[in-house]
Design a binder for this molecule. Structure first.
Ligand SMILES: Cc1ncc(COP(=O)(O)O)c(C=O)c1O
Length: 643
């Protein structure tokens, strides 16, 4: 019940608290401790963890808009990135000390996860060049990274398909003093490496990727296993060893790599893959391969829903358990056979970058469903029986008869539709039947929400009656994994969290694609079909889509020509306040049209000619022509989203 209206017109409710919002949206559990709700009812960011300096996300949004940066805005918190890099490095270092492991840890960031230069540079600088290197999976990534990494101590692991040009570049980079390891993924790459090494007169340190029988767990489980796309079978690994030995180049083989998939939800799957790889490592070492590095790939998961389970959006282990699992398993396998402990490399990408970025979007409007009032009086119909029957169901509805009322209402609505199709019910009559039907459903839904057990037939009602909140973003551009693989992201309002979110909605984006919507949300026990949201009150309403720092930008699609969003890198002053480190302007309309070969000059010339013709033919006057051209030109220079 509204108790007062603040000067800004905001309705506050006594029966709802920020604490209830925190529980509803489960903020403490998915956010890795980086997010909470403050007493103003806004989401705040704790880039150094809790307690610690904070930044109010809604206030930041208002200040960014005041500076002229339009929504949607991707906000990157450099300090969160730093925390994640240091947590990974320090946790491994600690576990290595605790277990008396006789080597060290190197983190390798796979740039495919987010190739933005600032992020790549920040990760390497936060980790330190000896402790953090980069992984590339293609020639373009290699060329970018070779220029960015200028420390001779930093490791570059080169994965992916490699042609001669790629391998030649790696070998010459090694000759120039860089530490790049091409990882052999197909046998034919080895022949090319051997030939190029002979040509350049060098011994190039190389790695091999093993195809493990062990699989990951979760959505990307199929990336591993015997039939996985990448890597060498054990028989091929033995052939590599023999060929290198025959060529007198066995000393080049220094690294064993595997990757069983991203977002591994179950710690047992990690342990079993590491165990298999460690056994291969030990056997190869005993065959005389001077291996020094064991690279366990990526896969360290992120708890997107905060449930701490092996559900696909979650993980049933902590970073500490991950590091302990990896280090202890390798140590045991090596100790059993007296093989020296290798340097442990991880290629974690998602776990480093996911938390640090959040997309802020504004709601443009709400489409309410089934809210047409029942006409009073009901329209006069030749056959008024269905309307009267529906009204009877409507008026007699109680907690005790919800299920049968629902079934009866469905039957009568079908009957009304048949009568309409046969010409016995008018359009007005059909509209009235639908209004009564939806009103019955809405009343049933209110009853059902209070019931401890919801009959199966009625479980879909919530979704059926949900509002659609139209938001200023493109699913395909900003959360492509939701569309492609139903990856869930934490989503919630970033303000008004001291008000009861009394509506239930799904999110529609601004593309004209029916897949351009988000209708699955994180839930502690399951997946929710609707999100609790606030009714619009005439003022801007902002939602945050969190944990979008991994993969989303890279995989984004220019559907409907909605381009990159504005992005700001924010860092927080430990003494209070924040600094905007970099601003990356989103694509303009000109940018996206250029991607699809529409040169702006030619477009403007054509439009100009068209305007001249229209003026000559008297369709528009000079002023309208000038106005149209101005709009066209400013549209080309403008943001691709709604402003
Ligand atoms: C070879 C390789 N290394 C590392 C990664 C990064 O994995 P994640 O982001 O799950 O840590 C991937 C991505 O799937 C990969 O293919």
């Amino acid at each position: 019940m509204p108790i007062h209206i603040s000067p800004g017109g905001l309705h506050r409710q006594r029966d709802w608290s920020c604490q209830q919002s925190a529980e509803l949206y489960n903020v403490q559990n998915w956010g890795g401790g980086f997010f909470s709700i403050n007493e103003r009812g806004n989401v705040q960011v704790h880039p150094y963890g809790q307690p610690g300096p904070t930044l109010d996300l809604e206030e930041l949004e208002q200040e960014l808009e005041a500076r002229g940066y339009e929504l949607p805005i991707l906000v990157r918190f450099s300090d969160i990135l730093k925390q994640r890099v240091q947590q990974l490095r320090d946790t491994f270092a600690q576990v290595i000390r605790d277990l008396d492991y006789q080597s060290h840890f190197v983190g390798i960031y796979p740039v495919k996860v987010n190739q933005q230069r600032h992020i790549v540079e920040e990760i390497v600088s936060y980790g330190g060049p000896e402790d953090f290197g980069l992984e590339v999976g293609s020639k373009p990534e290699l060329l970018g990274v070779l220029a960015v990494l200028d420390s001779p101590d930093a490791l570059i692991v080169c994965n992916g398909y490699k042609d001669e040009e790629y391998l030649d570049m790696v070998i010459l980079a090694t000759k120039m003093g860089m530490r790049a390891f091409p990882v052999i993924e197909k046998f034919s790459e080895l022949h090319t490496v051997i030939r190029l090494c002979k040509k350049h007169g060098v011994k190039q340190p190389i790695g091999v990727r093993a195809k493990l029988a062990s699989r990951g767990s979760g959505r990307w489980e199929a990336s591993g296993g015997d039939r996985s796309k990448f890597g060498l079978s054990v028989a091929e690994l033995l052939r590599v060893q023999r060929l290198l030995e025959k060529e007198g180049m066995l000393d080049m083989l220094q690294l064993l790599h595997f990757h069983v998939g991203s977002q591994i939800t179950n710690i047992r799957a990690i342990r079993s893959a590491v165990q298999e790889a460690a056994r291969i490592y030990v056997e190869l070492a005993q065959l005389g391969c001077p291996l020094r590095y064991l690279d366990v790939g990526g896969g360290l998961a992120v708890d997107y829903d905060g449930s701490k389970t092996n559900f696909r959006s979650s993980m049933n282990y902590s970073l500490q358990e991950y590091a302990t699992g990896v280090v202890s398993t390798i140590k045991e396998a090596c100790d059993d056979e007296g093989v020296p402990h290798p340097v442990i490399i991880t290629e974690s990408g998602r776990a480093l970058t996911a938390h640090h970025a959040a997309l802020i979007v504004n709601v443009l409007g709400v489409t309410e469903f089934g809210k047409e009032p029942i006409p009073d009086p009901l329209p006069e119909e030749e056959d008024s029986a269905p309307l009267e029957a529906l009204m009877r169901v409507h008026n007699d509805l109680t907690r005790k008869n919800v299920q049968e009322s629902y079934n009866e209402a469905l039957d009568i609505r079908d009957e009304a539709l048949s009568l309409f199709n046969l010409g016995y019910l008018t359009l007005e009559g059909r509209a009235a039947a639908e209004s009564i039907f939806w009103s019955i459903c809405t009343r049933i839904l209110h009853i059902v929400r209070e019931m401890p057990y919801v009959p199966e037939d009625l479980q879909g009602l919530e979704k059926l009656l949900a509002d659609t909140y139209i938001c200023n973003f493109s699913v395909f551009q900003s959360v492509p994994d939701f569309w492609a693989v139903q990856q869930l992201f934490p989503i919630m309002p970033i303000h008004r969290l001291n008000e009861r979110p009394s509506r239930r909605g799904i999110l529609g984006d601004v593309t004209c694609d029916s897949d351009g919507k988000i209708d699955q949300f994180i839930d502690l026990r399951d997946v929710k079909g609707v999100l609790e949201l606030h009714p619009l009150d005439g003022r801007p309403y902002h939602l945050g889509i969190f944990m979008v720092g991994a993969y989303q930008e890279t995989l984004s699609v220019l559907h409907n020509l909605f381009g990159d969003t504005n992005a700001v890198h924010v860092s927080i002053d430990p003494e209070g306040g924040y600094r905007i480190e970099h601003i990356v302007k989103g694509d303009s309309v000109t940018d996206v049209l250029r991607y699809v070969s529409f040169p702006p000059d030619r477009l403007i010339n054509r439009i100009r000619r068209r305007v001249e013709t229209a003026i000559r033919q008297g369709q528009i006057d000079f002023k309208e022509g000038a106005h149209f051209l101005r709009r066209y030109e400013s549209g080309l220079a403008g943001y691709t989203y709604m402003v």
